[in-house]
Design a protein around this ligand. Structure first.
Ligand SMILES: *Cc1c(COP(=O)(O)O)cnc(C)c1O
Length: 242
């Protein structure tokens, strides 16, 4: 049940994060309008998402398709909302994601890119995506390594129904936000280095990086999308793995 104090808290958190984004943008000489706040809404029920929307949030990021579909339906009338798919995406779920999410952040393999391209072609649309980097080269994580990405870029460039807009990355977990800086910087440097030679269609202008605990560092290093959950909605219940 949503109570008044909870919706006040969400609105306060959204306002505070906007101020912090604004402040760090100004400090780093960036236009604050080039940094978009995505509310990461996994485990958050529709009523609380609605509160965030009423507080001015327009970008929503969902991580799991099964959880997202009822929310997409419930919020269908909010045509001002931009939906982002930010979680790991399985090939067999691509069909349901195409066209419903304006941006898929988590294209982590050539296989997945092929499937998105194929399904988008069936629907006669062009799907906007980001390429996910495994920037810490962690064996537990999916995503392209930097060297892999360099090798497959021309193949990706030849997929007519993919609009590749940029890169996404989640640095290895750390208590200290500063520890993420070299990773964020590496993402930005890679994006810049891949802009030459110019590909026909690929654009690498968007950098999706930074979460609740490290978004300010990410903005200093060039983030254009920050994905924030806990700092808006509070800590999520701890998942008990079985
Ligand atoms: C949950 C999630 C976030 C938000 O994380 P917080 O620490 O709650 O801000 C960002 N990105 C992805 C991919 C997520 O799954």
């Amino acid at each position: 049940m949503e109570d008044l104090s909870d919706s006040d808290a969400i609105a306060d958190h959204v306002a505070l994060i906007r101020q912090r984004i604004q402040a760090v943008a100004v400090q780093t000489g960036r236009d604050p309008n080039t940094i978009r706040l995505i509310a990461a809404t996994k485990t958050v029920p529709v009523a609380r998402i609605q509160t965030a929307l009423d507080a001015g949030v327009i970008h929503l990021g969902e991580s799991k398709l099964q959880e997202a579909l009822p929310k997409l339906d419930a919020l269908e009338s909010r045509t001002d909302v931009t939906w982002h798919f930010i979680g790991q995406l399985q090939r067999r779920k691509v069909k349901a994601v195409i066209g419903r999410f304006q941006l898929i952040h988590s294209v982590d393999s050539l296989d997945l890119a092929h499937e998105i391209n194929r399904r988008a072609e069936e629907r006669a649309l062009c799907q906007s995506v980001l390429l996910e980097l495994n920037i810490g080269e962690e064996s537990t994580k999916t995503g392209f390594s930097a060297s892999e990405l360099v090798k497959v870029l021309d193949v990706l460039d030849a997929m007519p129904n993919l609009a590749i807009k940029g890169l996404m990355a989640i640095p290895p977990p750390s208590e200290a936000p500063e520890a993420a800086r070299p990773y964020f910087r590496a993402v930005r440097d890679l994006a810049n280095s891949l802009k030459r030679p110019a590909r026909h269609r690929i654009r690498l202008d968007e950098l999706s990086m930074g979460m609740s605990h490290d978004f300010e560092i990410a903005i200093e290093e060039g983030a254009t999308y920050v994905r924030i959950g806990a700092a808006i909605f509070g800590e999520r219940p701890v998942k008990v793995s079985t």
